[in-house]
Design a protein. Structure first.
Lengths: 146, 146
DNA sequence: ATGTACCGTTGGCTCCACCAACAACAGTGG
DNA sequence: CCACTGTTGTTGGTGGAGCCAACGGTACAT
């Protein structure tokens, strides 16, 4: 392989992501869902009914992608999209009973994927890794390096 | 944000990758190059002349993507592609003097990106992180290497 | 009433990874 | 010699994920 990349953090993170994403994709596809859908259902369940723009900000999705994903979720009866009577330019999106059930089902899928992804590490190592990668994941906005 | 994802390794790795990839993309674009090109030049410099299929396996690229990337690299004079006299179905690809210079230039860019990406971590933490993420990056099944 | 800002929708884009088909070619066993 | 198998390079796609621009509709402060 390419020795020059062996110790590069960006390379290793990319490869780890490839494996992680592959596992996730496979598991979600087998469950008939997509990561976007999970994120939206989770945001809805945790925050209660939201407008689509709020939902996008909560789940980290583009407004347009929210629209398209909700089309699918609504078609499956997992969410309810109704015009907001207080502001007619908004939609009020809420999770349905079926949506909650789906979310819980996917929670289990996600948990199982974590286990497979983290299999190479011991419990202690996992905790260390999670702490470090969380700091690398946060966008250091305003963080000025002295 | 979605509280449910905060501690998920797959989520954090995905977010870290997003930041990493963004930094890399930005820096390489400013340098007029692409990650694929760097990988190919690096593989060529480390292994010497290769066929395109070998090159793809060394750099982890699809054969088709190798073909298209070499079109660009060849057009810039960074690699030389000539028919292999010993096997007429192969191309013998080698890195040129200009290609080496480009590779070294991109090495510096890459190094600078590492620094920005890893900025949130101390030197000791970086070493720990690299060790752990390297183990997560390796595909635990199959993947037999020579 | 007018301007500004937001909303949802649609249509597009880039990047990365991957797959399928094809003709050309090499090496094999018969 | 012939047929078969496998590889190579090329072309033409697929798909997910993230993102941006433009549009018409709506709310609200001025």
């Amino acid at each position: 392989m390419v020795h020059r990349l062996d110790g590069r953090a960006t390379w290793l993170v990319g490869r780890a992501h490839l494996r992680s994403h592959g596992l996730l994709q496979e598991a979600f596809a087998a469950a008939g869902a997509r990561p976007y859908h999970y994120r939206l259902l989770a945001a809805l369940e945790e925050s209660g009914p939201l407008s689509q723009a709020e939902l996008g900000r909560a789940a980290g999705l583009d407004r347009g992608d929210v629209t398209r994903s909700l089309d699918v979720l609504g078609g499956s009866g997992l969410i309810l999209r109704e015009p907001d009577p207080a502001d007619r330019k908004r939609n009020r999106v809420s999770i349905t009973r079926a949506g909650r059930a789906e979310l819980y089902r996917l929670d289990a899928v996600l948990t199982e994927v974590q286990e497979r992804f983290l299999a190479p590490l011991s419990a202690g190592e996992r905790a260390v890794f999670l702490g470090l990668v969380a700091r690398l994941a946060r966008d250091p906005e305003g963080a000025r390096e002295a």
